[in-house]
Design a protein around this ligand. Structure first.
Ligand SMILES: C=CC1=C(C)c2cc3[nH]c(cc4nc(cc5[nH]c(cc1n2)c(C)c5CCC(=O)O)C(CCC(=O)O)=C4C)c(C)c3C=C
Ligand code: FE2
Length: 391
């Protein structure tokens, strides 16, 4: 544990919760999920030759890595903060605030591999554009992006400070395309965390991957199988902004709400019986002879038992963004983030099934989308994000 620092980088006395930035795999993926999220997708604005654009990208990634390393250690963005005739290097809103477990995770979108950078032959096959799913209603201004940054912290100011300062450091090379704040984690990524609730009031994350190394190697971390060596020890992030019709949901009967998920609302237990963490029995029958867990319930459709064993690591956050002007309803939902080894056989396969048959579809709509290849971690002070991609 390191100390947080004041605006001049001098250590403060109170110990602060930090997550190590360096490691062969990026932090912020299997890290115990923090309470707050600030997510941003950026586009590169370069207009040179592919070689020049690659140089600009490399410089950006070096600068961003140094800033991310400092911020996660509770230090200000590197650079002189004492020149009266220049804007400070760090915007300042997190001075004196401990990092509160800040992690900053980077991912590269499919568009980074277009002809601007000459990186087409480095595009992993697993970074295939997401297909259209039934009922998708995607907003292009909340989708895509050349680079994504996921900043998670237990302090919302610290998380926002991270995406804002990266945008500022990249000015002239990148613009922020879209962003999303998340409050109240809606998944647990560790056995030590109590299962939180989503805005429908249900426990979310009960059967997530909770740190089991074998499952993480099987379902989250890219291994030797990849066609692109630079992605070894990386992972693929799928982001979906999913609007939830909470007013309609709040008028629905408890029994129906439970049938939508296949779980009891208050305890989180499967409708087949037992306690929250007991395995669901998809063959169990209710008193009237019908399936105890309806086959169109969200859990029945998403469960690994019913999908050839396939799992994903969920890392979602609740969000709310004011009111939808056309309906007067709250614009609220789930910012669904999930990590996996290959989206084609994991998220895409699951979402095709859910988008067609999930009882939850009456109450949700997917309105934003992104797919990003998250490279391995940075292991030393001289390393930078994406070094192997740009070598
Ligand atoms: C394509 C993947 C998934 C999307 C999109 C998704 C959206 C979504 N989920 C909830 C709430 C819950 N999901 C739960 C379980 C669950 N969900 C997925 C996948 C997607 N969810 C999986 C793989 C699982 C695990 C299934 C299992 O093995 O049992 C649950 C149950 C509790 C739990 O295990 O976490 C809830 C509740 C919402 C509200 C939502 C979109 C808004
Ligand atoms: Fe789900």
């Amino acid at each position: 544990t390191l100390s947080a620092c004041d605006s001049k980088g001098s250590p403060r006395s109170a110990p602060a919760a930090t997550v190590a930035f360096h490691g062969s795999r990026q932090a912020g993926i299997v890290t115990a999920q923090q309470d707050r999220l600030a997510f941003a997708a950026y586009d590169l604005t370069v207009s040179g030759s592919p070689a020049e654009n690659r140089d600009a990208l490399r410089e950006l990634l070096k600068t961003w890595t140094a800033a991310a390393r400092a911020m996660t250690e509770g230090k200000p963005v590197p650079g002189d903060n004492d020149i009266g005739a220049a804007p400070p290097a760090d915007t300042g809103e997190a001075f004196g605030t401990p990092p509160a477990n800040l992690t900053i995770t980077i991912g590269f979108g499919p568009s980074l591999f277009d002809k601007r950078f000459g990186l087409a032959d480095k595009r992993p096959a697993a970074l295939a554009d997401l297909p259209h799913f039934a009922r998708d209603n995607l907003d292009a201004t909340r989708s895509g992006g050349d680079i994504a940054i996921q900043a998670c912290s237990d302090d919302p100011m610290v998380a926002f400070h991270a995406i804002r300062n990266l945008a500022r450091l990249g000015r002239g090379t990148v613009v922020m395309r879209w962003s999303q704040l998340g409050f109240g984690r809606a998944a647990s990524t560790s056995d030590k965390q109590e299962t939180p609730r989503n805005l429908f009031g249900f426990k979310d994350g009960t059967r997530n991957i909770h740190g089991d190394p074998k499952q993480l190697d099987n379902w989250v971390w890219v291994g030797k199988e990849t066609d692109q060596k630079w992605m070894r020890n990386g992972s693929y992030l799928v982001a979906r902004r999913i609007q939830m019709r909470i007013e309609a949901w709040d008028r629905d009967f408890l029994t129906d709400q439970q049938n939508v998920f296949g779980r009891h609302k208050y305890t989180g237990a499967p409708l087949s019986g037992g306690n929250e963490f007991d395995a669901p029995n998809f063959h169990a029958r209710a008193a009237d002879g019908s399936a105890a867990i309806p086959p169109t319930s969200h859990m029945a459709l998403a469960a690994h038992e019913n999908n050839g064993g396939v799992r994903i690591l969920r890392r979602a956050y609740n969000y709310t963004d004011g009111v939808i002007a056309s309906s007067g309803e709250l614009d609220a939902g789930l910012f669904f983030l999930c990590y996996q080894r290959d989206p084609r056989t994991q998220f895409v396969a699951l979402q095709h099934k859910l988008s067609r048959s999930d009882a939850l579809n009456e109450y949700i709509q997917h309105v934003g989308s992104g797919l990003y290849a998250c490279p391995p971690g940075v292991t030393s002070d001289s390393g930078y994000w994406g070094e192997d991609l740009l070598a």
